[in-house]
Structure formats: structure tokens, C-alpha cells
Design a protein around this ligand. Structure first.
Ligand code: SF4
Ligand code: SF4
Length: 302
């Protein structure tokens, strides 16, 4: 049923949230039917948090609870991170609510055979931005309409094209000298306390055993000091090169307020400029970092 779209073109626009009242009720009743019919065992979406200013992830198994689903500007979490957990992996077929950026993560996970397409019903939401309006991921989002879905809720909007000029925050950083850059990152990474929240929240960090957890040999020093912090943060970034979809969840969850998105977006920009590749646009596009084409110049080893 890939590509089916719910027509909400005449939806009421009384809601201040992203999803209009009618879109939301269409989502709720669709989720209810999926659970009632036994098509899925669980719907992962958003519900009201414990305080009025927060939304929280919802794991709904009771059809009567489908009416608690919400979607608005508080729904910045990338719920696809739950797909890597053992509990969800063995839960059977599930439905998941995704914005465009979350859907990109799904495409990467599908491409890397981390999840099975037949175990998913993808409930795509047209999203015009969540959280703080200055969020980089929303400012330069090129997937307001999710690139993959089974059912789409909301009227599709044309996606933006990227150019090198899109990445303004990274370009500011690129204007710094090597010395200034070094000082900038020493200052930022010095605050890292090695809590690994950035890793835990990332949908694309899927290694069964992270290099930081290996101690024979101990590749990454465990205590938070300059050298180990650099080692950890650069290793994390390199492992995500060509794979990070720029959901900025790592930066949001960092208790030390380290601007991790600057590292991620630098790599995203590099891969885009060099290979014209944007991770997560399709589950079939081979990623440049794990693809070899005969005749490549390999100038990086010259
Ligand atoms: S590295 Fe950060 S921005 Fe990239 S996919 Fe992971 S959580 Fe999202
Ligand atoms: S979330 Fe922040 S403080 Fe925690 S390990 Fe990652 S970079 Fe370090």
C-alpha cells in the first residue's frame, strides 16, 4: 500500500499545531483500525507529556487509546530510534508515525537491513517544522513531505532543493582559521561528560556493541578528558558520515550543550557537495561511503 495518501485538502485549519484537527482525527482513526484489525501489534507515535509544554513518545497497543495520539510543534523526537531496541524488534508488525526527517532515518535503516519493511506500517506526516523555529534541521529541511510512507496525513508540500549555500551555520564555521577551529572544538568537546546520550538517541547508531564499550583493547578512554572526548566525538561523527540524516536529536539530548549538529551538518555538506548524495532520500540509493566504483580516482590516498 506504499504511496496511498489520505485526502485532507479541505481539512479544518483551526489548530495552531502542525497537523490540523481533521488530519489528527484521521491519523487517530487510522491507527485505531490498524490495531482493531490486528494488522499491527503496536502504534508508535506522540502523546501529551506529563507537563503541558511537552509531548512524549507513545506505544499504543489498545485501539481505544489511539485517540491519545497528537502531532504538533512539541513532537520533535525522532521515534525511529526505538526500532533498534530489542523490545520493538520482537514486537511483531508495528506502525510508526514519522515526519520527513524521521522517514529519512527509516530509509537508511532499510538500506542497511537493520529493519524489515514488511514489519512496518509507515504513517507519514507532512511537517512544516517543529520545536524552536530557528532549528537548523527545520530551517533547511528538504523533506517536509516524508520520502517514504504507507499513509500520508496532510497536504504534500514541494520539497526544497539544497545547494552549498543552504548550510549557513557550517559555512560560518568554515570561515575560521585552523587555529580558531581547534580552539573552538577543544572548548566545546571539553564539556563532554561521556554520558553517550548522543549515541543512545541516534536512530542510525546501531552497532550491537559500540567501540566505546570495548575494553580489550580500550580504544576510547572512558573518563571525560580532552583526548578521550575528542576521540569519542570524532569517532561518532566518522561512523555517521554519509549516514546521518540530520535530525539533530543528538544535539538536543546533549546535557553539555555541545553543538553536535555542526559536526553532523559539516559531514552532510561534504557528502552532498562531493557526491551529490543525501542520506535517507530512498531505501535503494547506495551510499558513497560503502560503495566502490571501478575506475574511482581515489585521490584521498594519493
Ligand atoms: S548523528 Fe545526530 S543528527 Fe545524525 S542521525 Fe544521529 S541523532 Fe540524528
Ligand atoms: S551527549 Fe554530549 S556529553 Fe553526552 S557523550 Fe554525547 S557529546 Fe558527550
Amino acid at each position: 500500500m506504499l504511496g496511498v495518501m489520505v485526502d485532507v485538502s479541505d481539512a479544518e485549519t483551526t489548530s495552531t499545531a502542525n497537523a490540523t484537527f481533521r488530519e489528527l482525527s484521521t491519523l487517530q482513526s487510522f491507527a485505531k483500525k490498524l490495531l482493531e484489525s490486528g494488522t499491527v501489534k503496536m502504534v508508535i507515535g506522540y502523546s501529551q507529556g506529563y507537563t503541558s509544554d511537552r509531548a512524549m513518545p507513545a506505544f499504543i497497543t489498545d485501539p481505544e487509546k489511539a485517540s491519545s495520539l497528537i502531532f504538533d510543534k512539541r513532537c520533535f523526537h525522532n521515534l525511529t530510534m526505538y526500532l533498534k531496541t530489542a523490545e520493538i524488534k520482537c514486537a511483531g508488525k508495528i506502525a510508526i508515525v514519522v515526519k520527513g526527517c524521521d522517514a529519512k532515518a527509516l530509509n537508511v535503516l532499510l538500506l542497511e537491513n537493520q529493519i524489515k519493511r514488511e514489519n512496518l506500517v509507515i504513517l507519514g506526516l507532512v511537517c512544516i517544522g517543529v520545536g524552536d523555529p530557528t532549528l537548523e534541521k527545520c530551517r533547511i529541511c528538504n523533506v517536509n513531505t516524508p520520502p517514504i510512507y504507507d499513509e500520508l496525513f496532510g497536504k504534500p508540500v514541494p520539497n526544497k532543493e539544497w545547494t552549498s549555500a543552504t548550510f549557513t551555520r557550517v559555512k560560518e564555521l568554515e570561515g575560521k582559521s585552523q587555529k580558531e577551529l581547534w580552539e573552538f572544538w577543544v572548548n566545546e568537546f571539553n564539556r563532554c561528560i561521556k554520558c553517550y546520550a548522543c549515541r543512545e538517541v541516534c536512530p542510525i547508531c546501531t552497532c550491537t556493541r559500540c567501540i566505546t564499550d570495548k575494553n580489550q583493547p580500550q580504544w576510547v578512554p572512558t573518563s571525560p578528558h580532552s583526548m578521550g572526548n575528542f576521540h569519542w566525538n570524532l569517532t561518532r561523527a566518522f561512523h555517521l558520515a554519509g549516514r546521518c540524516i540530520g535530525c539533530d536529536e543528538c544535539e538536543r539530548s546533549c546535557p553539555a550543550d555541545i553543538p553536535l549538529s555542526l559536526v553532523n551538518w559539516k559531514l552532510i555538506k561534504q557528502v552532498f557537495e562531493k557526491y551529490g548524495f543525501i542520506a535517507g532520500m530512498s531505501p535503494d540509493d547506495l551510499p558513497p561511503m560503502s560503495t566502490y566504483v571501478e575506475g574511482e580516482e581515489e585521490e584521498f590516498i594519493k
